[in-house]
Write a protein that binds this ligand. Structure first.
Ligand code: UT7
Length: 339
């Protein structure tokens, strides 16, 4: 007997001209640290920082940290359940699960398979996608392609991270920037769009400027499994590419910045977000900002911001959304969609 012929897991090829987000969800760990609380913790180890520096340079005021032992899948599952509820779907309806993460629960199996087990959605394909802070736009693009190709009709796309596990708390240039969390969307086959245009890029020549250069070999950790970032180099590359990739998806869909109801950029630094919005001509009040409360949650930042916008009643059905990510790799990309 092959799995493909198993009656329990029937192959479900379906067609759908478009893919549409039908539900969003998110989850943050309960432990919230303000800049002052983090600064006090670092000061105890002789590391000097301040709320004023962090707020002025990044816009971050607080972040959430998972407790020890809590993994990406633990944050992903409640986010996924909220998205399924919003979509009016059950785990059994899923025929694809993609988890964008750079902080998987373990080397293998994938966090997506662990999420699948915890949700009780056995049978459908499940895999992780690793594109660091661009992970969610990469995963949404892959899911959109699979839905439009008829390979799935009800996909769960998650961004889930516990970046606190990777932080070097003796490095003030990085440890104040990141946080933990998860966001999820249900993406379904639909007669109407949906996702209008996607564009992804990578340039591996810049792999060293944002990396966690560790691995496992022979039962030992090899290298340095803590986050390293040349912040200024990342900043310069990010502001150089983000407006271009956003303009590319607008052009491809025959839309302009004036059509964008909400711009939902990767939440790393308020200055990068403001600069991109300014270059595109999207007014500041049309930018969803959560970096102040979440910090940089890598692949989780965009779906977290999307879900917060939806639950605050700001993002409404029919709105045109411009999502865009940038991060380690160096990777970047954008997705334009009608919500
Ligand atoms: O998620 C992937 C995408 N990531 C990003 O988009 C991050 C991109 N980069 C950035 O957001 C910014 O480069 C940072 C927020 C990381 C840094 O801001 P910056 O304005 O580029 O600061 P800087 O690196 O030029 O540092 C300015 C000063 C330095 O001191 P000196 O050399 O001028 O005396 C740093 O040592 O600020 C100092 N500094 C700090 N001071 C207090 C660096 N970190 C801290 C800190 N507290 N936490």
């Amino acid at each position: 007997m092959t799995l493909a012929s198993s009656a329990a897991f029937p192959a479900r090829a379906v067609s759908g001209a478009h893919a549409r987000i039908t539900g969003t969800g998110s989850h943050l760990p309960a432990r919230r640290l303000t800049n002052d609380e983090l600064a006090a913790r670092l000061a105890a180890d002789g590391i000097e920082t301040s709320d004023a520096w962090i707020t002025e340079r990044t816009g971050i005021r607080a972040r959430h940290f998972a407790d020890p032992g809590v993994g990406a899948s633990d944050l992903a599952v409640p986010a996924a359940q909220a998205a399924l509820t919003a979509a009016g779907r059950r785990a059994e309806d899923l025929d694809l699960i993609i988890v964008a993460t750079s902080t998987p629960d373990m080397v293998f199996p994938s966090t997506a398979c662990i999420v699948q087990r915890k949700l009780g959605a056995a049978g459908c394909p499940a895999f992780d996608l690793q594109a660091v802070c661009s992970g969610f736009v990469y995963a949404l693009t892959v899911a959109d392609s699979m839905v439009r190709a008829g390979a799935a009709r009800c996909a769960l796309v998650i961004g889930a991270e516990v970046f606190s596990h990777l932080l070097d708390f003796s490095d003030r240039t990085t440890c104040v920037l990141f946080g933990d969390g998860a966001g999820a969307v249900v993406l379904e086959a639909s007669d109407a769009p949906g996702i209008l245009a996607c564009e992804l890029h990578a340039d591996g020549r810049h792999a060293d400027i944002l990396c966690t250069p560790g691995s496992i070999a022979g039962g030992q950790v090899v290298g340095r499994p803590l986050l390293h970032m040349d912040g200024q180099a990342v900043f310069k590359l990010a502001v150089g590419v983000l407006d271009q990739v956003a303009q590319a998806v607008l052009d491809r869909a025959g839309r302009t910045a004036a059509d964008v109801d909400w711009f939902i950029p990767h939440q790393a630094n308020l200055r990068i977000m403001a600069s991109t919005a300014r270059k595109l001509g999207v007014p500041a009040e049309r930018v969803i900002v959560t970096v102040d409360e979440h910090g940089n949650t890598s692949a989780a930042s965009i779906p977290l911001a999307l879900d917060h916008g939806v639950r605050q009643g700001r993002i409404r059905p029919g709105d045109t959304l411009l999502l865009e990510g940038v991060g380690g790799g160096f990777t970047w990309g954008a997705v334009l969609l009608d919500f």
